[in-house]
Design a protein around this ligand. Structure first.
Ligand SMILES: Cc1ncc(COP(=O)(O)O)c(C=O)c1O
Length: 456
């Protein structure tokens, strides 16, 4: 494991210098208790390190672009809580906003000013939309969007793409990415075939397949849901022409287009892929960054569509903690900090630095692979040939190598996602030195694995 550093300050950290978390539980003890009390020891499957070698550390603390585990070991963080932490851990402006809101109470079950302010900020970044509905997760956001689309069009059929992940609700949990790709279980038990009989799955990057489906069933399709930057089965960068083709098909056949921007929203541009591509969807789902590290999701669109939601319209959608004041304050502060000039240029530079560092490390080690990147989102693709744009072109041998490599990189001090199918994120809290440390750790991990030393 990476050496224990003395960068933790006893006055601020939860970790005693030189060892165990405050409270004294050892890693082995925590792991035993976690496994005894929670399925797989986790609250979300990929965290269990099931697809990589070694046991998952317990994170005790994050600061900026670094995390410390419960034994006091420090890592450069390339996971960023799976996307929300575009400003890094514990950003002062976000913490101040949360502290400021805390004193007024944790939840009201009524609309609050911070909610209105966050709504205004979101809509300013997605000008095609007039109204937004808050949820407590990305899953709920896409779930609400599906129901709204079905309610608005009076149609039942929906379309998704192989390898795209839209959360864990039934309608879209078919041939998904994220944990489904990681564990090779493309669809979940417990989702009746009858429920997903109305979900059509298409390959990414294939205009013809989409055209054929619309020719057959176009007048039954309520919604086409896509991650415009698919980032849950690797980073499968789509061609503009393909996304435009989907827009055109939807328009022609009266179907709605949902851009699931739970990862890409506020990440690859203030207005996400909607802004970057200039393609106007009918609905956008956001999550992750919009809550600044607190549980928030949202879906948004034009007023004539959104006003079909209850209480104005017949499409029901609700949530006890939706619009939670603390979460709204964290999201508002995050979007405000992102407004600072130069933010996205800086993320671009840091992302490019990580990309070229990884590419160099792969070349130096003689390991076949490439690095896909959009801004501060990167994917290490461990296979030869062009970086794939469709899930069926992602080969399993990459996952096998990554499974060995991951532990060795962690050992060398960089925290990468414990799955070959998940992306890496750079934040504004990273700097050149931390990116270089992450690259060095990757190179050290590669050396360990290719020399046969392997992961611990
Ligand atoms: C593109 C996309 N949509 C939806 C979701 C679901 O969001 P949540 O995990 O907040 O429910 C995710 C989660 O990773 C995601 O990446």
């Amino acid at each position: 494991m990476a050496p224990v550093t003395d960068t933790m300050d006893e006055t601020t950290g939860g970790v005693a210098r030189g060892g165990k978390a405050a409270g004294g539980a050892s890693h082995a003890d925590l792991l035993r208790r976690a496994l005894a009390t929670m399925p797989g020891g986790v609250s979300s499957p990929v965290r269990a390190f099931g697809a990589v070698e070694g046991d998952p550390p317990f994170v005790a603390r994050g600061q900026g672009a670094r995390v410390w585990d419960s034994d006091g070991r420090e890592y450069v963080d390339l996971v960023g809580s799976w996307g929300p932490l575009i400003l890094g851990h514990a950003h002062p402006a976000v913490l101040d906003a949360v502290r400021g809101a805390l004193g007024d109470g944790l939840t009201f079950g009524a609309t609050c000013a911070a909610e209105v302010e966050l709504a205004e900020r979101i809509l300013a970044r997605f000008p095609f939309a007039d109204k937004v509905r808050f949820t407590s997760s990305g899953t709920e956001a896409t779930m609400g969007a599906v129901r709204l689309a079905r309610g608005a069009t009076g149609r039942s059929r929906i379309v998704k793409f192989e390898g795209c992940y839209h959360g864990h609700h039934d309608a879209l949990l078919v041939k998904g990415g994220s944990g489904l790709a990681t564990f090779g279980t493309p669809s979940s038990a417990g989702v009746p075939a009858e429920f997903t009989a109305l979900t059509e799955v298409l390959p990414l990057d294939d205009e013809e397949a989409a055209t054929r489906l619309f020719e057959e069933k176009g007048d039954e399709i309520a919604l086409v849901a896509i991650e415009p930057m698919p980032a849950n089965a690797g980073l499968l960068v789509q061609r503009q022409a393909f996304l435009q083709h989907l827009r055109d098909l939807c328009t022609e056949h009266g179907a709605l287009l949902l851009f699931d921007e739970v990862i890409s929203g506020f990440r690859v541009a203030p207005g996400g892929m909607t802004e970057r591509t200039g393609i106007t969807p009918d609905l956008v789902a956001v999550g992750k960054i919009v809550g600044g590290g607190m549980p928030v999701g949202a879906f948004l669109g034009p007023a004539d569509l959104m006003d079909r939601l209850a209480p104005l319209g017949p499409v029901y959608h609700a949530g006890t903690l939706s619009g939670n004041p603390i979460a709204m304050a964290a999201g508002r502060a995050t979007l405000d900090v992102l407004e600072q000039p130069g933010t996205y240029e800086r993320l671009e530079l840091l992302g490019a630095r990580l990309q070229s560092g990884w590419e160099r490390a792969l070349a130096d080690a003689g390991v076949a692979g490439s690095v896909a990147r959009v801004g501060s989102v990167l994917w290490m693709c461990l296979q030869d040939g062009p970086t794939p744009r469709a899930f069926h072109l992602v080969r399993e041998e990459g996952a096998a190598l990554y499974g060995k490599l991951h532990g060795a990189v962690l050992e060398a001090g960089a925290w990468m996602a414990p799955s070959a199918y998940e992306v890496a994120f750079v934040s504004t809290a990273h700097d050149e030195a931390l990116v270089d440390r992450a690259v060095d750790a990757f190179a050290a991990g590669l050396a360990a694995v290719t020399s046969g030393a392997g992961a611990p």
